[in-house]
Design a protein around this ligand. Sequence first.
Ligand code: ADP
Length: 247
Amino acid sequence: ENRQLIVTFQSLTELKRVEALRSDFIANASHELRTPLASLLGFIDTLLGPAARDTAAREKFLGIMRGQAERMSKLIDDLLSLSRIEMHQHVRPTGSIELAGLLREVREGLMTQAKAADIEIRLDLFAGPSSTTGDRGQLYEVFENLLDNAIKYGRNGTDVEVTAALAPSGNMLLVNVRDYGVGIPSEHLPRLTERFYRVDAARSREMGGTGLGLAIVKHIVNRHRGKLMVESTENKGTTFKILLPVE
Ligand code: ADP
């Protein structure tokens, strides 16, 4: 009689870690939604009760309520965007995208915000071809998020510079988005792309930030087999660098 025994080992550490991350994420998302919702409910009660006949208060409160509702809406947009990107994480994008044109478009789309902050967005784009293989909507989102941050965390009256060129290796395109703003203390740099990670949560919320922008950027860049890097000096400014494969 010949008996055999097969023993298999499986580490559950990674599985547990993923599970913990997921429940963390849900707790964070719920908290982010609950705060503006609580404020909305508070103002509704005030408008129904003590301020029912106060026209000036009504106008002011409705303005604040609109801001809170917009924040919730932006958060839901970002959450959906993140989940869509994750769903397609392992599907290679197929479009042929000309980055120079895309960057000009993103700049155009942010002109109002830039003007409001008295910031000039300067472009210095590719001398040669700038095509990459990608998903146009997603790449738009990458540069929109980076430029939006550069405006939000830049200093009023300074420039935001976008420089793009063929990387020295010759097989990647390099786009730098540079601002001259608050900068990021170095101890925060490694965690910046985590969901809901913020250097200054109050400031981010006040600027209409969700804390998801860089998480979205990182996911999209990974899907495109690119690379995201950041260099920053406190009170001097920040440069985000994106590498994308040449088509
Ligand atoms: P948020 O919606 O808060 O801007 P992001 O994911 O886009 O979220 O960015 C995460 C955090 O990284 C921000 O809250 C901010 O603290 C920091 N950050 C991002 N971009 C910049 C920048 N250009 N300058 C300084 N800090 C930045």
